[in-house]
Each structure stands twice: as C-alpha cells, then as structure tokens.
Write a protein that binds this ligand. Structure first.
Ligand code: CP
Length: 330
C-alpha cells in the first residue's frame, strides 16, 4: 500500500497556480508520484474514477495536453468525451457557457478546458457544478504544464529551494511562464525571465522574478533552462526583427549551452520551433528532459483528475491511488 497524498487538497477546480499554496502544489506532485507507478504495471489501469465522465473541451489546438488528459482519464477508468470546436454547435453561435451547460446536463463530472480567452476556465467554474481544470486560457495560466515542469525538476534535481531557473523567450505572451513563475516562487526557487525587451516586459519584476535581456550572462548561473516557444499566433506581428536575429541572441545552440553548468537541465513545453529557440542538437541532447516532461504530464494529469474529483460537491471522495489488488484493474 502506498502513502496517501498530503491531506491539503480540498478544491473542486484547478484554475491556476497563483491561487494555490505550496502545500497544495506539493500534494499534487506527491499524488502524481503515486500514479506514475501505474504506468509501469502490466495492466496500466485502475478503477479510481470508474463511472465518472471527463470531457476535453478544447477550443485551441493541442497535442500533448489533450492526449495526456484523455489517456490519464482512461487509465483511471473514467469515460472520456472529446469536444471538437469545428464540428460543434459553437459554429452556429452557441456560447461557451451554453455549450458547457448542455454537456454538463449529460452527466459530466470534470471539464478540461482550453480556450484563447484568459479566464475562460474560471467563468465555467462559476457556472457549472462539475469540476473544471484549466488546460490553458489565453496568456493567463497553464497550470498542468507548470505542474509537470515542477514534477520533472523535482525528479531530476530533487529540490526546489535554492535552485535558479531561467525561463527564456516570449514571456509576455506565455501562460506557461506565468504558471511556472507562481509555482517556482512558492516552492522556494529563484526565477529569472530572459528575452528581448519587447517579449519580456520589465513589469514582470513585480511578480518577484529577475528580468534579464542577456541570455549569455544568465547561462552560467542557472540549474534549469526552460526554453519557451516563440508564439507567432499570439503576437500579430513579430516583436523582434527576424527569427534569425532572435536565434542569434536567445536561441539555445550547442555552442551557447557550453556557457551553462554541465549538469543544467534543458526544458521546453512544446511544440518546439527547431532551430529558432532551441537547436536540434540541444533538444535531442544529453541535457534535454523534454520527453521526461511529456511522460510526467500523464502522471500529473491523473493526479489532477483524481484530486478535483475528490473535491467535487456532488460526490463522496473517490478511491485513493495505490490500491494494488489484482482485481482492481479493468
Ligand atoms: N505544452 C502544451 O501545452 O502542448 P500542446 O499545445 O500540444 O498541448
């Protein structure tokens, strides 16, 4: 029998890391560690959420987040519905809230929501009885991405206190950066955000991070490099002269990586612009933990689905993870 997760989680929703305590964040990481074991078993399924229904309500494209939430729900034996914007009645003008309320009326327990509007998940949370998980809302937050980043850092480096993490790139447009900043600072890490002034506004210093426009100066100091994607779709026009200019100053090439500590870990949330913010030899090299992040996403999302289900108003707590009798798998 494995240890139960910390008793800190009582929320029905996961909307962002800003509102979570360090204890709540650690409770998710601990629960994820328990769930990671399930993926190593011969039968990779437990009945924890049997009879529950999870819907993926994605209004923006996704590969990693959507598939890992689907697989996480299936590993927990939940039924999974996939909502696709293009073939839904939103194209006839149905609102987000009406769409969600109609889906909820079918008996859905957990909504996993990705939307271009900041606050979309919070709006649904106020209008639904079901649990709501934010899978990315505009440039606001992407909490499960930050949680899987934190999980990977703890797995690789064993701590947060005293670590120095650089988040490099399009900070101003990045929900991943915001969620990482909240989580890392709460857990005791030092954070420096790095990029050109047009992508890294000085106001970020008000959050408690350092701001730098000189990657080469920051590289030797850090334990973790989190390289963000240049988000052309959120920028309108490019906020720097050219991709080549960005790469020359902020791209993580093999040559530039030599300035960093040999044991530095290199992260990227994906999808990667190979040759722009990160060179292929670094993305696929020995310091890269990018695919470890993807693997961690499955365990983290199992934990999140489990925890918000235990916090739902309608239902008694679901079964704890770690039950191991052979009859449990299905
Ligand atoms: N990191 C991330 O959110 O990737 P997807 O857009 O593929 O889900």
């Amino acid at each position: 029998m494995k240890e139960a997760p910390r008793a800190a989680w009582t929320r029905r929703d996961l909307l962002g890391l800003r509102e979570l305590s360090a204890e709540e964040i650690l409770s998710i990481l601990d629960a994820a560690q328990g769930f990671a074991d399930i993926s190593t078993r011969s039968i990779r399924k437990v009945p924890t959420l049997r009879g529950r229904v999870v819907v993926n309500l994605f209004f923006e494209p996704s590969t990693r987040t959507r598939l890992s939430f689907s697989l996480a729900a299936q590993r927990l034996s939940a039924d999974v519905l996939d909502f696709t914007t293009g073939s839904s009645s939103t194209v006839k003008g149905e609102t987000l809230i009406d769409t969600a309320k109609n889906i909820e009326a079918m008996g859905v327990d957990v909504f996993v929501v990705r939307h271009s509007a900041p606050g979309a998940a919070a709006i649904l949370s106020r209008n639904l009885e079901a649990a709501v998980v934010n899978a990315g809302d505009g440039a606001h937050e992407h909490p499960t991405q930050a949680l899987l980043d934190l999980y990977t850092i703890r797995q690789k480096l064993g701590r947060f206190e005293g670590l120095h993490v650089a988040i490099v790139g399009d900070i101003g447009h990045s929900r991943v950066a915001r969620s990482n900043i909240w989580g890392l600072l709460k857990l005791g890490a030092k954070v420096t955000v790095v990029g050109p002034p047009t992508l890294v506004p000085g106001r970020f210093a008000e959050l408690g991070v350092e701001v730098s426009h000189d990657l080469d100066a920051v590289l030797p100091q850090v334990d973790v490099l989190n390289m963000l994607r240049i988000q052309r779709e959120r920028q309108g026009t490019l906020n720097f002269p050219s991709s080549e200019e960005y790469t020359r100053l902020f791209g993580l090439t093999g040559e530039r990586l030599k300035r960093a500590k040999p044991e530095v870990i290199v992260m990227h949330p994906g999808p990667i612009n190979r040759g722009v913010e990160i060179a292929p030899e670094v993305a696929d090299g020995p310091n890269s933990v990018i695919l470890d992040q993807v693997a961690a996403g499955l365990a983290v999302r199992m934990a999140v689905l489990f925890l918000v289900s235990t916090g739902t108003r309608r239902d008694p707590p679901a079964q704890l993870p770690g039950v191991t009798s052979p009859g449990e798998a299905s």
